[in-house]
Design a protein around this ligand. Sequence first.
Ligand SMILES: Cc1cc2nc3c(=O)[nH]c(=O)nc-3n(C[C@H](O)[C@H](O)[C@H](O)COP(=O)(O)OP(=O)(O)OC[C@H]3O[C@@H](n4cnc5c(N)ncnc54)[C@H](O)[C@@H]3O)c2cc1C
Length: 401
Amino acid sequence: MKTVVVIGGGASGMAAALTAAEKKENTVILLERQSRVGRKLLATGNGRCNLTNTGAAIKNYHGESVSFAQKALDAFSPAEAISWFRALGLVTVEQYGGRVFPLSDSAGSVLDVLRFALDAAGVDVRPGEPATRLLSRGGRLSVVTEKASYRADAVIVACGGKAGGKLGGVTDGYELLTSLGHHCTPLYPALVPIKTDTDYPRSLKGVRAEAALKLFRGDELLKETRGELQFTEKGVSGPAAFDLSREAAVKGGELVLDLLPCLSEEETISMLRRRQKLSPELENGSVFAGLLHSRLGMVVVRASGVRPSDNIGGLSGRDLAVLAQTAKAFRLRVMGTDSFDNAQVTAGGIRTEEFNPDTLESRLVPGVFACGEVLDLDGDCGGYNLQWAWASGRLAGRLGI
Ligand SMILES: Cc1cc2nc3c(=O)[nH]c(=O)nc-3n(C[C@H](O)[C@H](O)[C@H](O)COP(=O)(O)OP(=O)(O)OC[C@H]3O[C@@H](n4cnc5c(N)ncnc54)[C@H](O)[C@@H]3O)c2cc1C
């Protein structure tokens, strides 16, 4: 009989506990800090839970030693995640970009099937009981809470990261593991709104656009992406901004937005000419009518130096070219990112080289395993982080067997 203590009842911890409980000789205790398991899971995907991505591959992940994740991801592919959930009674649907959601469109369904499975498997779930210490003495492991001290043959640390503070993101996992001699890399918020320096986003608050984004540091292109962008009071948000947020948090730089990615510069000029022909009496502020959100169009006109209150009919060929260039290379200086509270994941974490990638067992303290976001591994926006949580939870839950 083996006692397995899983610390953290989030995505990876529930997957690990269920896997460990598949071996009938294991007694599995799942400690959860909050009053219920899976609180963060309920908030994922805007309440819809984008639980995996059919295209998930190592290129979608980041960390100091990203190849570490290969074994876990190979051992539990997105297809296997979908079948595993189906076996638990959850039907899923694939949507744009390989994103997979529950058919019910509700994260609650994902949590329900996991909770019911934990019950059925006889996992001893203990909500409201945070682990405060993890001890290894003379080869014996114990986990201490305010209520009890548990002797364990194996401990799986699945405490998640610092992101999403209001949903339970804490630093406990880093502290428990560093207390045993593990090391933590610097931590940054990722998949988080980017703060920019200009007044424009404030006047654009709430405006959405389909844009192509490039992040530069000097002349160096750090990363580029394309997708939905949302302007906020402090900068930019939405999936496209999230994609660049990891680099923006670590390296800063300047964002260059192509607000009309489906038109070339020449095509943009020709559409502006058409507007000039159709509505010469309108003010310049409306020259992007039919191309951009009206507030965004006005901001681009201002940024290009053209007087918004003059008539479109008076714009020169050069003016039209400058307007088109501004819309296709709209610049915003990065001033940092929003805080961990508003981030979806933590970039950085416990050094992966201190764990065996085949088993996720600590190389420093035998019997201690780690999975999920507590490790220095984070994924892109689109279901990749939960895929890592399930895959690493499944591998850790096998306890090296
Ligand atoms: C708003 C939001 C939306 C997101 N949307 C998506 C999405 O759609 N798709 C996607 O792939 N990813 C998404 N993510 C990221 C994803 O939720 C995380 O990467 C994933 O939940 C990490 O799983 P985990 O098990 O490592 O950590 P968590 O799910 O955070 O679970 C960790 C658990 O450990 C508990 N805990 C912490 N310390 C202790 C302790 N000392 N003792 C006991 N318990 C403890 C916590 O309370 C928590 O329940 C989103 C994140 C946020 C914040």
